[in-house]
Design a protein around this ligand. Structure first.
Ligand code: ZN
Ligand code: ZN
Length: 150
């Protein structure tokens, strides 16, 4: 596993440069609340020089963990970005740090709403019981005292 996402421009030959790496997900700094990457970010790309541009094409895979938006139990899933294309201006630089763009692509691929199961019953809004595991413990008639559940 590597800890940087650097493309060395001089290594890109006429036939292109294949980049196959497993990158430490920590360098992308992608932790939002309960959301985090739990597997290396796996890159399989080809870098090529085209006139004034450096073009990277390929795919990225990783996996995330978050919580179910209904019941708050942990859920994990795969992220697979296919047909990714990144274009950089070739200014004669020795290297390109592609981590900002890879980070953006992974963010775009995040699922917006994750549920543990399509049929997840979620938490009871009254007693907060996980309705997948237990039955509601709310009193049959709601009490009038707004502080009764403190
Ligand atoms: Zn759930
Ligand atoms: Zn309840």
């Amino acid at each position: 596993m590597i800890h940087e996402l650097i493309v060395y421009v001089k290594r890109i030959k006429e036939q292109g440069l294949r980049i196959v790496s497993e990158v430490d997900p920590g360098i992308l700094d992608l932790e939002y609340g309960e959301f985090r990457l739990i597997e290396p970010v796996s890159l399989n790309m080809v870098a090529s020089l085209v006139t004034k541009e450096i073009i990277l094409q390929g795919e990225i895979r990783t996996a995330y963990q978050t919580v179910c938006s209904r019941c708050l139990e942990k859920v994990s899933g795969a992220i697979h970005i296919q047909d990714l294309i990144l274009v950089y201006e070739n200014t004669g630089q020795d290297m390109i740090d592609i981590s900002p763009e890879i980070r953006d692509e992974v963010i775009l691929a995040f699922p917006t709403k994750v549920v543990c199961d399509e049929n997840c019953q979620g938490l009871c809004p009254g007693c907060r019981v996980n309705l997948n595991q237990d039955s509601c413990r709310c009193p049959e008639k709601p009490l009038n005292n707004p502080f009764s559940n403190l």
